[in-house]
Design a protein around this ligand. Structure first.
Ligand SMILES: [Zn+2]
Ligand SMILES: [Zn+2]
Length: 217
């Protein structure tokens, strides 16, 4: 209980941050009704570098092996999203769905996923853990060989494809999270289960702002 309370009080001290939160409305449909099906939902799509994001209806494919599909309830904007949206000095990759600091609920899980189930409250993690590589097994590193942050990859690791599309045209992922969408698909190692009592609108900043030290002064 204690760690959760500490996290809650810390995030409450960061009220100024909440102006960056976007809240997606709750949907009345049950979480299980969509399992195994393509979900149509709204997402903020970046079509070109530096051009305003456009709210589009996207199709989100079901999670494949070792993947989970998450209903994103809260997401915030980080300067890393802005940096790659501007695409100054890196290889541009568009169209793309940005976003990596968020909170949500597991909608469905793909084959082989045993540690998460629909309804679990989760945070995305852009540097994930496969739990099997030398880095994951070491106590001195968490730079996973498989799931460490990779800003140049816009597809899923399992099959090299995107789970987002508009009229059949793929939309690229961003750092394995792409949370500027009502639903997103992530590798199970890039999803952290949290206490369901933790308020998702507050603890979503654990995804990046607090874990990278940007909010601690
Ligand atoms: Zn960030
Ligand atoms: Zn690993």
């Amino acid at each position: 209980k204690q760690p959760t309370n500490q996290l809650q009080s810390r995030s409450r001290n960061e009220r100024s941050r909440s102006i960056f939160l976007f809240e997606f409305p709750e949907r009345s449909s049950g979480l299980m009704a969509t399992a195994g099906k393509v979900i149509k939902c709204k997402a903020a799509v970046a079509w070109e570098a530096g051009k305003p994001l456009s709210i589009e209806e996207v199709e989100v494919a079901p999670p494949q092996a070792m993947e989970v599909r998450v209903k994103i309830l809260f997401t915030s904007l980080c300067h890393t999203d802005v940096y790659f949206w501007e695409a100054k000095g890196q290889t541009p990759m568009f169209p793309r769905i940005f976003g990596h600091e968020a909170g949500g609920i597991v909608e469905s899980v793909g084959e082989g996923v045993t540690e998460l189930a629909p309804g679990d409250h989760v945070l995305p993690v852009f540097t994930g853990e496969c739990k099997e590589c030398p880095h994951c097994k070491s106590a001195e590193s968490n730079m996973c060989d498989l799931l460490r942050i990779n800003t140049d990859r816009g597809v899923m690791i399992g099959d090299g494809k995107s789970r987002f599309s508009i009229d059949g045209k793929p939309i690229y992922h961003f750092v394995g999270t792409s949370t500027f969408s009502e639903y997103t698909v992530m590798h199970v190692g890039c999803v952290a289960k949290i206490n369901p009592e933790a308020p998702l609108d507050k603890v979503c900043v654990l995804s990046c702002g607090i874990s990278t030290g940007k909010l601690i002064s």
